[in-house]
Write a protein that binds this ligand. Structure first.
Ligand code: COA
Length: 175
């Protein structure tokens, strides 16, 4: 596997910025997850994946896809063995509760779903959250994805609500 990754196309992320680059290998595929800072080439991958998944596929209005938290959030990109960017997610501190992390914008390109990419992204974000000393992580889950988040220990904390026409429920994890 190491040799396969070494031969892969250049990873589009500044590896030096992220000593904890994660590799995730399942029986179906392997992914590497690294950081993608705001206003870097890596963030263009983030933007492309989010627009493909949320705007084109889920019909989220394009004008709200990039928000005020993006410049300050920690973003990751997951790449497949060929070096193609196929998934993303982000993490940021709650403005009022500094030990509370928000995880969101989890998106995996349709063709890569179901082979461990989302799990690799979540592992990277949770590792980063623990490294930064957060005590809890919260997220707003599209209800179809609740079983995915539950696999990492997130538990539903409230009622179902609508956000841009998609049913959501809040979930929380003690880190
Ligand atoms: C939700 C999403 C990020 C999951 O990514 P993924 O790459 O398909 O997930 P993985 O393959 O890593 O799955 C990890 C585990 O969760 C399970 N899982 C993933 N999605 C699931 C779902 N919708 N329901 C139940 N289980 C699910 C997988 O079966 C796998 O289980 P296993 O470890 O027992 O094999 C992806 O489906 C996606 O991008 N969806 C569209 C955008 C979206 O809705 N994002 C969520 C916004 S809140």
């Amino acid at each position: 596997m190491q040799n396969q990754l070494a031969r892969a196309a250049p990873f589009p992320i500044a590896l030096a910025d992220f000593p904890r680059i994660l590799a995730s290998v399942t029986h179906k595929a392997s992914y590497r997850v690294g950081p993608a800072g705001w206003n870097t080439p890596g963030f263009e991958q983030v933007r492309a994946i989010r627009f493909e998944v949320f705007v084109d596929e889920q019909r989220v209005p394009a004008e709200i896809e990039i928000d005020e938290m993006d410049p300050v959030a920690f973003h990751v990109v997951a790449c497949d063995e060929a070096g193609g960017a196929v998934g993303t997610g982000r993490l940021f501190a709650d403005p009022r509760e500094p030990d509370l992390a928000h995880i969101g914008r989890m998106a995996v390109r349709a063709g890569a779903r179901g082979s461990g990419c989302g799990a690799a992204i979540m592992q990277a974000l949770l590792a980063e959250a623990r490294e930064r000393g957060f005590r809890r992580a919260v997220l707003s889950a599209q209800t179809h994805a609740i079983p995915f988040y539950a696999k990492f220990g997130f538990r539903v904390t409230g009622e179902v609500y609508d956000d841009v026409g998609i049913p959501h429920q809040d979930m929380m994890l003690n880190l």
